[in-house]
Design a protein around this ligand. Structure first.
Ligand code: ADP
Ligand code: MG
Length: 358
């Protein structure tokens, strides 16, 4: 058997475009070239697909990709090159790439895909649906409320303050990388936070502020899914919370502790909650579950990232490295999981024979 053609999608029409490029650059570098032939497909911020020679921000230097849609044999073409990937790995963060949109396109092409499918992706992308489902599954989440853009005029600082106390968090409901997220400490912060939240989304979420530590767990596998030991993000006092700049721009902003210094019983609780959250949101193959460990010892699930970062400072690969799985082996494992899952979905009958005339 020759090497498997794996299409790595990167960039994307998302505020996390640049983060995706940094993630995909690492995947392209570390993927086992004995097993896989990486095909690098960059998606511009405008949403146009190009076949590129390397993962870079200069996506337009590549050849535009056209696609013959078919669930039997979809054919990609770029310049003179024609190909059908054996598997697709969307290394995309945020809108389109992590929210089920591209997952739907890949599903319709009948190509195996690494990661969570349409349903789990779209549910996990929405912080509101995530919170509702986690709560319904009996998992601990911070108290929350929300408002749609059409109702914004009814919003009052006093109402939210009464409901959630101070400070509280305001978030765009379906973004990532802390874009559209603010901490409101007093009435004077409110308007700016709301404007920022609605700038990127039609729905804004309000959350009780959890004072404590930020911990994350990497989950891998289907049935069963396994959680790594938790890691911790220790954020410099310079920042009010884990902002975009603290995440990606300021190299000094955080200290990453893998594994986190936790007592055994809290660590166990975090790992169990992470797997339960992963299952409650229909996640597949892998995800990173982010939680808070409050100062009173209570653990809250914050969110699930179905395509966590693979950048140099990303926790997901780091947490598995700590468990003895190298970056290269992790990618191979993800592909194996995706292939096994895809094979199992081929069992169900798609047709239904009846006497219906059409
Ligand atoms: N309820 C909360 N209590 C305390 N801090 C929070 C809360 N929600 C979010 N934060 C802070 O804001 C950051 C970004 O929020 P998060 O919900 O994780 O959005 P994103 O998807 O953009 O990462 C978190 O990492 C944390 O620092
Ligand atoms: Mg987060």
């Amino acid at each position: 058997m020759g090497r498997k053609k794996i299409a790595i999608l990167y960039g994307g029409r998302s505020v996390e475009h640049g983060v995706s490029i940094n993630s995909a650059r690492n995947i392209a570098q570390f993927i086992d070239k004995k097993l896989f032939e990486p095909i690098l497909i960059g998606i511009t911020e405008g949403g146009t697909w190009y076949l590129t020679k390397e993962v870079s921000s200069k996506i337009k230097r590549g050849d535009k990709v056209t696609l013959q849609l078919s669930a039997e044999k979809p054919v990609f073409q770029a310049g003179k090159k024609k190909f059908t990937p054996d598997i697709i790995f969307p290394v995309l963060h945020g809108t389109d790439g992590e929210d089920g949109s591209i997952q739907g396109l890949i599903k319709a092409m009948g190509i195996p895909m690494v990661g969570t499918g349409v349903l789990g992706s779209s549910m996990s992308m929405s912080k509101l649906v995530t919170k509702k489902l986690l709560k319904e599954a009996g998992l601990p989440v911070a108290d929350f409320s929300y408002c749609y853009y059409r109702d914004r005029k009814k919003l009052k600082f006093e109402t939210i303050e009464k409901e959630l106390g101070l400070p509280f968090m305001v978030k765009s409901a379906s973004l990532g990388s802390s874009v559209g997220v603010s901490k409101v400490k007093s009435a004077s912060d409110f308007k700016k936070a709301i404007d920022e939240g609605f700038r990127y989304d039609d729905c804004v979420l309000f959350e009780k502020y959890i004072q404590g530590r930020e911990v994350e767990c990497a989950v891998l596998g289907n049935t069963p899914a396994k959680a790594s030991l938790p890691g911790e993000i220790i954020i410099s006092k310079k920042y009010e919370f884990y902002t975009f700049d603290a995440k990606y721009v300021d190299g000094e902003a955080v200290t990453i502790q893998v594994p986190a210094k936790l007592n055994a019983s809290i660590s166990k609780t975090i790992r169990e909650l992470s797997v339960q959250a992963y299952q409650a949101l229909y996640c597949e193959d892998f995800a990173r579950v982010d939680l808070f460990l409050a100062n009173d010892g209570k653990v809250y699930v914050n969110e699930i990232n179905t395509i966590p970062g693979f950048t140099n400072s990303s926790m997901f690969p780091m947490m598995w490295k700590e468990r003895g799985i190298s970056f290269t082996d992790l990618i191979t494992k993800l592909v194996e999981l995706a292939e096994a899952r895809f094979a199992s979905t081929q069992r169900a009958d798609r047709g239904y024979s009846s006497s219906l005339k059409y």
